[in-house]
Design a protein around this ligand. Structure first.
Ligand code: HEM
Length: 469
């Protein structure tokens, strides 16, 4: 794949990204592109025009990047759009068939969202702060014995760190497995499951084996066994501890097991409970880990900006102790810019239920509408020098001028990320803590390549060189 060569832009080279295609891919190229790296399948038109309609193996397709049109699809007329089959097939990797909050629709989704919303109110998120601080100290202790100049895989480290946060917050009784094994199995699982398989594109039934998937059966088995143990031991515990559900209010498992629909009194099915445990482990740590990894990489690309952020974290009280994270504006701006250039959820897709008109273009029923944060965030009409790393655009004063629907790393509308506040609090705290104590530099000779595997991650990890500050 052709990567845009890093070129000099003042002090900061342009961060790597696949070059947009000059012409649409033919069907075989598209299947191959979706399998190897969906980021590399977009045409130049997608980055220049508000709406691009096409017909492909995926059927009728509309890549929508105009903020007013995005608002129409995701908010004003959201009821006309459902999560599309392909995305569901990729996300619903477990063969058990249960829908999680991420993949459910209609009343099923509403019931799950209501049951879980209380875990993510601003107040509940603030209550997670002490536990997140423990994770910040955990990474400092973990890195303390490392020799200066030692190579570390920042992507793997950030995965373990954000998994540590999950086990101290929404899974407070742990995951029942060694976190290192968990993080490793998760990385393998995502790497294969996260690919858009040609047979999925063609709508082939699930029982036809997908190349690549048998090789990760072990990690899949690992998860299924881990989730099974988690759910059954919590269920047994709840059965013997009457009234315990009230005292474990900030706990995902208890909520899943005790949620009841106010109208029907029905609880979540067994498959839904398991699907949600897996979804929250995956969606709840890989995404934030990616945001932290890309932030550390981008800071290493731009030493001038990094010096400013380091000055900020040195001047303020340590984030691991500070009462508020509000003053860390440069840390936050760095994260927001990393989420712009490398949005962990790079593309969102929906299928139109009935015909519609979007930005003056007719959309037939069944059309797959792609709102790709990766494309919208690099759109020529929406951003100055979209491919440049320029965190100053997210500094107070300029941040407010960004259109809500031109920047959507967490999505928008009713399906907006339930973990948004949780993720930003966690990411600011962890990045500020790391930057106060450590500096991570580029690994000479290592070529960084962004790929989309459910999340947008660096291919083969992110080796960097660590130093104490
Ligand atoms: C930087 C971190 C994160 C990013 C960029 C991110 C991004 C997103 C996006 C774009 C969506 C909307 C998907 C769509 O509309 O199709 C979403 C949904 C979701 N996210 Fe996140 N997320 C992050 C962190 C988290 C965390 C920490 C959790 C949980 C602890 C979480 C759990 C979920 C769930 C359950 C949904 C489905 C919500 C629904 O459909 O009602 N995410 N996320």
């Amino acid at each position: 794949m052709t990567l845009e060569a890093p070129m000099d832009q003042g002090s900061c080279p342009r961060p790597p990204a696949p070059l947009p295609r000059e012409r649409p891919l033919n069907p075989l190229e598209l299947l191959h592109g979706l399998w190897t790296n969906p980021l590399a399948t977009y045409t130049r038109r997608a980055f220049e025009e508000p709406v691009v309609l096409s017909k492909s193996l995926l059927g009728e397709l509309a890549v929508v990047s105009d903020p007013t049109a995005i608002r129409h699809v995701m908010v004003d007329n959201a009821a006309n759009y459902r999560k599309d089959e392909l995305q569901r097939r990729v996300l619903q990797a477990s063969d058990e068939g249960g829908n999680s909050l991420l993949t459910a629709e209609g009343d099923d989704w509403r019931q799950q969202r209501r049951a879980l919303a209380a875990l993510f109110t601003p107040r509940a998120v603030a209550e997670f702060l002490p536990a997140m601080r423990q994770s910040a100290r955990w990474i400092l202790d973990r890195w303390a014995p490392l020799r200066p100049g030692r190579r570390v895989d920042v992507a793997a480290e950030m995965s373990q760190l954000t998994l540590d946060v999950l086990t101290r917050t929404i899974f407070p009784s742990g995951l029942g497995r060694d976190p290192v094994d968990f993080a490793r199995a998760m990385a393998d699982y995502f790497d294969v499951i996260g690919r858009v398989h040609p047979l999925d594109v063609l709508g082939a039934p699930k029982w036809i084996p997908r190349v690549g998937r048998p090789q990760i059966r072990r990690s899949q088995g690992f998860f299924e066994a881990a989730v099974e143990d988690l759910v059954s031991s919590r269920r047994a515990w709840l059965a013997t501890h009457e009234g315990a559900a009230e005292t474990t209010g900030l706990d995902l498992l208890t909520r899943l097991l005790t949620a009841r629909d106010p109208q029907t009194g029905a609880g979540l099915g067994e498959a839904e409970i398991r699907a949600n445990v897996l979804t929250f482990i995956g969606a709840g740590h890989e995404t934030t880990a990616n945001a932290l990894t890309w932030s550390l990489y981008l800071l290493a690309l731009d030493p001038d900006w990094r010096a400013q952020v380091e000055a900020e974290v040195d001047d303020l009280p340590s984030a691991a102790e500070a009462a508020s994270l509000e003053p860390f504006v440069k840390v936050r701006a760095t994260l927001e810019e990393a989420l712009r250039l490398y949005p962990p959820a790079a593309s969102l897709s929906r299928a139109a239920i009935r015909p519609d008109v979007v930005a003056g273009k007719r959309i037939a029923a069944g059309t797959v509408v792609i709102v790709a944060p990766y494309v919208v965030h690099r759109h020529q009409r929406l951003w100055d020098h979209p491919d440049r790393f320029d965190p100053r655009r997210f500094m107070p004063g300029r941040r407010e001028t960004i259109d809500r629907f031109a920047y959507l790393p967490f999505g928008a509308g009713p399906r907006v990320c339930i973990g948004m506040g949780f993720a930003m609090q966690e990411a600011v705290l962890l990045l500020a803590t790391i930057l106060r104590h450590y500096r991570l530099d580029l690994m000479p000779g290592h070529r960084v390549e962004p790929v989309q595997r459910i999340t947008l991650r660096p291919r083969g990890g992110m080796p960097m060189l660590i130093q104490r500050r």
